[in-house]
Design a protein around this ligand. Structure first.
Ligand SMILES: *Cc1c(COP(=O)(O)O)cnc(C)c1O
Length: 414
């Protein structure tokens, strides 16, 4: 018989004398598992404790329950989150001002959870052409196998999306700005058209870090973020969140997460919680640095266009001004038409401070060259587009790195 009277320190029999095992003479082998150790109570610190755990203990046999909504029924199983997971979920929800948040093991995991929670065979969904590529591939390769049809729409469609809504359209995805090509979407106009037909709108709000665009105030039903990016902030974890606006959506989402079994690690959640505490200062530095670099690049002879929502002339800049309260550090540049593919690659290779790699939102600046020759619906930038992630390095050093590399690799372009 276990004694489960201990308080939340997780140690058995550490506060209330236990009538069963205190009387028992235990072997050291049993003591390794059932210890009588007591630690002082009342510990407080500034760090969020990391509660790991699969098994969650119940006070008695009759209380055993595997319901997933631990806000309703108390803690039941590690899959639905320990206090560390729920603290992170609560803090994301508080920032986004939604109803509730569920933490997923990655941003892409958040996208698939949304699709699997709200779609069924025979449904139709709409996804912007500028969407994060794995979101597009999930629809095309997996959802299709389960009888969900996908239409792709131009990201700057606005209210005209009503022409693409069908009888069976269930969900419209938005991602604003879009990945790599950075188009800002008229989300309120899309929401209005979708809601007029009872269609849900889900938004990938990763670029805005859940703070620079108030999704729920703009009518969105479901948001997700890759917490991997600015919330984690140090390129050392993968994590995602889904936030919904009301209890009905939350019930559907939570029940699906339970059955998909997609739990995030409490250790990773604690890293995300630590990341959140410094996110405001990181974002502030990154915003200013990225804007300075983007404006400088826009004036360079080698560059045709800068795709940064907060820079004049970028696609959807006016909408960004209307709807957003800040900008992130990831943006793209398009080289002039005579830049060869070899030169664009040599530019990325030649940068010293910008490392080469996917993902973004960490402290290190990154550069990745893309090739959109064969990408349906993307503007015809061909091999000339490079996405930059501005990190926390000194802005003047980053400018010098870019300047030196542009001169060396593309010096002929005046
Ligand atoms: C990175 C990213 C994701 C996916 O996040 P992971 O945590 O890497 O799975 C989703 N959407 C956007 C816009 C992203 O940039």
């Amino acid at each position: 018989m276990l004694c489960l009277q201990g308080p939340s320190t997780g140690l058995l029999c550490d506060a209330v004398p236990c009538p069963y095992n205190s009387a028992m003479a235990k072997s050291w082998k049993t003591r390794l598992v059932h210890s009588d150790v007591q630690v002082p109570e009342g510990y407080r610190s500034l760090a969020s404790p990391v509660f790991r755990g699969s098994t969650t203990l119940f006070p008695d046999a009759a209380s055993v329950d595997d319901s997933w909504d631990q806000h309703e029924v108390g803690y039941t199983y590690g899959l639905y989150g320990t206090p560390t997971t729920l603290e992170l979920a609560g803090k994301i929800c508080e920032l986004e001002e939604g109803h509730r948040t569920i933490i997923t093991p990655g941003g892409q995991g958040a996208i698939s959870l949304i699709n699997l929670a709200f779609l069924k065979s025979g449904d139709h969904i709409l996804i912007p052409e500028s969407v994060y590529t794995p979101n597009r591939k999930l629809a095309y390769h997996v959802l299709r196998r389960f009888g969900v049809e996908t239409g792709f729409y131009p990201p700057e469609i606005g209210g005209e999306i009503k022409e693409m809504l069908r009888e069976n359209t269930r969900l419209v995805w938005c991602e604003s700005p879009g990945s790599i090509t950075m188009e800002v979407q008229d989300v309120p106009a899309i929401v209005e058209a979708a809601h007029a037909r009872g269609v849900l709108v889900a938004l990938d709000n990763t670029w805005a870090a859940g703070v620079y665009f108030d999704a729920f105030a703009h009518g969105v039903d479901i948001t997700m973020q890759a917490l991997t990016k600015y919330v984690g902030g140090h390129s050392d974890l993968l994590m995602g969140s889904v936030t919904v606006k009301d209890p009905k959506l939350y019930r559907q989402l939570g029940a699906t997460q339970q059955l998909l079994g997609s739990a995030a690690s409490p250790d990773d959640c604690s890293l995300a919680l630590r990341g959140m505490r410094t996110m405001a200062v990181r974002l502030k530095h990154i915003e200013a640095s990225a804007l300075q670099i983007a404006r400088w690049l826009a004036g360079r002879p080698e560059i045709e266009r800068v795709l940064h929502p907060a820079v004049e002339g970028s696609p959807g800049h006016e909408i960004w001004k209307r709807d957003f309260t800040g900008s992130a550090g990831v943006f793209s540049v398009v080289f002039k038409p005579d830049a060869t593919k070899a030169e664009v690659l040599a530019f990325v290779d030649g940068l010293e401070l910008f490392e080469i790699g996917y993902s973004w939102g960490g402290v290190t600046s990154l550069a990745v060259a893309y090739d959109f020759h064969r990408s349906k619906g993307r503007p015809d930038y061909g091999h000339r587009i490079v996405r930059l992630n501005v990190g926390l390095e000194d802005t003047e050093d980053l400018l010098e790195d870019l300047d030196r590399c542009l001169r060396r690799v593309m010096g002929r372009m005046k």
